[in-house]
Design a protein around this ligand. Structure first.
Ligand SMILES: *[C@@H]1O[C@H](CO)[C@@H](O)[C@H](O)[C@H]1NC(C)=O
Ligand SMILES: *[C@@H]1O[C@H](CO)[C@@H](O)[C@H](O)[C@H]1NC(C)=O
Ligand SMILES: *[C@@H]1O[C@H](CO)[C@@H](O)[C@H](O)[C@H]1NC(C)=O
Ligand SMILES: *[C@@H]1O[C@H](CO)[C@@H](O)[C@H](O)[C@H]1NC(C)=O
Ligand SMILES: *[C@@H]1O[C@H](CO)[C@@H](O)[C@H](O)[C@H]1NC(C)=O
Ligand SMILES: *[C@@H]1O[C@H](CO)[C@@H](O)[C@H](O)[C@H]1NC(C)=O
Ligand SMILES: *[C@@H]1O[C@H](CO)[C@@H](O)[C@H](O)[C@H]1NC(C)=O
Ligand SMILES: *[C@@H]1O[C@H](CO)[C@@H](O)[C@H](O)[C@H]1NC(C)=O
Length: 572
């Protein structure tokens, strides 16, 4: 086990080094009639250098012993394994095999991070090398380089740069960073912190709504796990992000012939769960969604088709027996399912909850979420449930009449991150009034849309998902963070540094929207995007749910008429 030897690993933020005539080479400067050694020796009479690093042995040897009594540390920097060190004509990989010789002219080595934790061709981490142990045994200090928040690293880190740093330094015997290391067993540090609510379980790591995604979510410290309920043709309620099976399962391989256009649900053709039986759906493999594949960022490809889809009943059994403090049940498309498919999703959910005794327990919170007020009103009399209204579209304002309407149907809203902080071209511009307007009515606010992939994070947050979480949690005091990566939110809340009031030297601070944009040269920016509309009170309330179509087999004139009268679909 090498971990105890990592005590002396430090992290340097350092650009990637290319092979060839590297500007870090003394020889490069000599060719240009410059002498870095002379410069360093002259300068060292006036300034003290803590460290001097070079990828060139000859250069370090030329300084060795000449820096007087000053305690300047000479560090030999390794470049790419195949690159050739110019003063010995050996590759860096062959020099690595002979670490003992380095000790004669340097007190430490600086290596690309992959020298310590190699990444294989599939971009997963292999077991660590013995480099740190070997170097420490020789008395050499070890520094690692090439860290960057906005470069894809190994899939093992789930796009969270902090996880990568900790891979190098989190050790119970060594505290380089009391913020994020050693908090594995902490309960969340801050009192009254926002809830960590999953989106399709830990769907950043495993295919959404699978047994594996939910197990991972519990392991990663989620407070609330969620099931977006879909219905099979034979009336089985199960969990999946969308009624369309095309993107979240392998349905296209075997059920392309069932694809259909259902404008009430979506613009494009789909293979819909309500057209397949549960045993057909159960036979499909799940597919791990890659919402940022356009930026070439894929999630955990090795687990692409792993896991099993779960019925709502199984999900409830699992949740009940787990350590989570609650569940969120999302219900969509209820009018269409009732009037066109004869499927009663509201009754399916409420009877599953009753069957699992969720209607008479107080240990776990039950959140019923819908974008349809008629669905929420069906749960009004059941005091064990909290109701959450989902606002899918980005808004810039929530005037009082609209908020008052929502308050009739819900205790909380689930709202896009861009509705709380306006942004333009990936710069945060300003806080919107929406947070204060909703809180004034005592509505809890859950925010969705936070992800780990750096391309989804505003520039203001420096490609660090925790800084974005801090901005919503500490900057805005939202009541819940809806996330596909509960591990990241949980690591943040377990850290003492998530408590900005604790006044620690390393608190993770929220960013101030607009402050980075001020620094940008206006002529270099694309035109600002048009502001989002305000929430309209007239759009909140949906028509009552239509009756559930019976006798589907005979699609008769009367049922078509019934469906028509029932006003299936939504008009906002
Ligand atoms: C911590 O240090 C002790 C004593 O050196 C050692 O026995 C132990 O293995 C170390 N723990 C880890 C996790 O490295
Ligand atoms: C390194 O190799 C180059 C070309 O192969 C040669 O010109 C040079 O003299 C060699 N240098 C040393 C130090 O061996
Ligand atoms: C990285 O993830 C892969 C796939 O989950 C796993 O097999 C491997 O052990 C992990 N590597 C490390 C160093 O944890
Ligand atoms: C309930 O949880 C325990 C501990 O996590 C586990 O051992 C057990 O198998 C679970 N039971 C069911 C029915 O899932
Ligand atoms: C609400 O609770 C009552 C009493 O337990 C139950 O009969 C009813 O079905 C529930 N409604 C919903 C929508 O859960
Ligand atoms: C009712 O609950 C039992 C026990 O938890 C479970 O086995 C069964 O599948 C549930 N049935 C339905 C229809 O949810
Ligand atoms: C809720 O309770 C009220 C009063 O008892 C009743 O009039 C109403 O129909 C109930 N609503 C639902 C959806 O059960
Ligand atoms: C919000 O809740 C507080 C405390 O429970 C209460 O005093 C206040 O009147 C409520 N405000 C509204 C608008 O419901």
């Amino acid at each position: 086990m090498m971990m105890q030897h990592l005590l002396l690993v430090f992290l340097l933020l350092h650009g990637a080094a290319a092979a060839g005539n590297h500007p870090a080479y003394d020889l490069f400067y000599k060719e240009h009639k410059l002498d870095p050694a002379k410069f360093v020796l002259t300068a060292s009479e006036m300034v003290f250098f803590d460290y001097i690093s070079s990828p060139e042995i000859g250069f370090l040897k030329s300084l060795n012993g000449k820096l007087g009594k000053a305690k300047t540390k000479l560090i030999f920097r390794f470049l790419d394994a195949d690159a050739v060190e110019p003063s010995t004509n050996q590759t860096y990989s062959s020099i690595l095999k002979n670490l003992a010789t380095i000790k004669s002219f340097a007190s430490g080595i600086l290596v690309p991070k992959s020298y310590i934790w190699p990444v294989n061709k599939d971009e997963y981490l292999d077991p660590s090398t013995t480099l740190v142990t070997d170097a420490h045994n020789l008395g050499l200090e070890v520094y690692a380089s090439n860290f960057a928040n906005d470069q894809p690293a190994s899939y093992n880190y789930s796009f969270d740069p902090t996880v990568e740093y900790l891979q190098f330094i989190d050790n119970p015997n060594f505290s380089v960073d009391a913020c994020l290391a050693h908090n594995k067993d902490n309960a969340a540090a801050k009192k009254n912190r926002p809830l960590i609510i999953t989106r399709n379980g830990a769907s950043g790591v495993f295919a959404g709504c699978t047994d594996l995604a939910y197990q991972q979510a519990v392991k990663d410290g989620a407070d609330i796990i969620d099931c977006s309920v879909q219905m099979s043709k034979d009336g089985v309620a199960f969990c999946l992000d969308s009624a369309d099976l095309m993107s979240d399962t392998t349905a296209m391989d075997s059920f392309m012939s069932r694809s259909a256009l259902v404008p009430e649900i979506q613009k494009n053709n789909g293979i819909f769960s309500f057209d397949l039986t549960w045993s057909e759906i159960e036979s499909l493999k799940p597919v791990l969604a890659n919402p940022l594949s356009s930026a070439n960022l894929l999630r955990n490809p090795a687990a692409k088709n792993m896991g099993k889809l779960m019925t709502l009943a199984k999900f409830l059994d699992f949740a009940k027996n787990s350590t989570v403090s609650g569940i969120l049940i999302n219900i969509e498309n209820a009018p269409y399912l009732a009037s066109k498919k004869g499927l009663d999703i509201v009754t399916a959910v409420s009877s599953a909850l009753i069957n699992a005794s969720y209607d008479k327990q107080i240990t776990q919170k039950v959140l019923i979420q819908s974008d349809d007020t008629s669905v929420l009103s069906m749960f009004k009399n059941n005091s064990s449930y909290n109701r959450v209204f989902k606002v899918d579209e980005t808004i810039s304002d929530a005037p009082k009449p609209a908020v008052d309407e929502i308050k009739q149907f819900a205790d909380a809203v689930n709202i896009a991150k861009t509705s709380l902080i306006a942004s333009s071209n990936s710069f945060l511009t300003s806080f919107t009034p929406v947070m204060d307007e909703m809180h004034a009515a005592n509505l809890s606010i859950y925010v969705f849309g936070l992800r780990n992939e750096f391309v989804s994070i505003p520039f203001d947050c420096f490609s660090d998902p925790m800084v974005e979480i801090a901005t919503y949690a500490a900057g805005l005091a939202v009541d819940g963070i809806v996330t596909e990566f509960p591990a990241t939110a949980s690591a943040y809340f377990r850290s003492p540094c998530s408590d900005v009031e604790a006044n620690l030297p390393f608190s993770i601070l929220p960013v101030e929207p607009g402050s980075l944009l001020k620094e940008a040269q206006p002529e270099l920016l694309p035109p600002a995007q048009a502001p989002a509309p305000a929430l309209d009170a007239a759009d909140i309330v949906d028509p009552p749910l239509p009756p559930v179509l019976v006798g589907l087999k005979e699609v008769s004139k009367s049922s078509v008429e019934e469906a028509k009268n029932a006003k299936g679909g939504r008009d906002h």
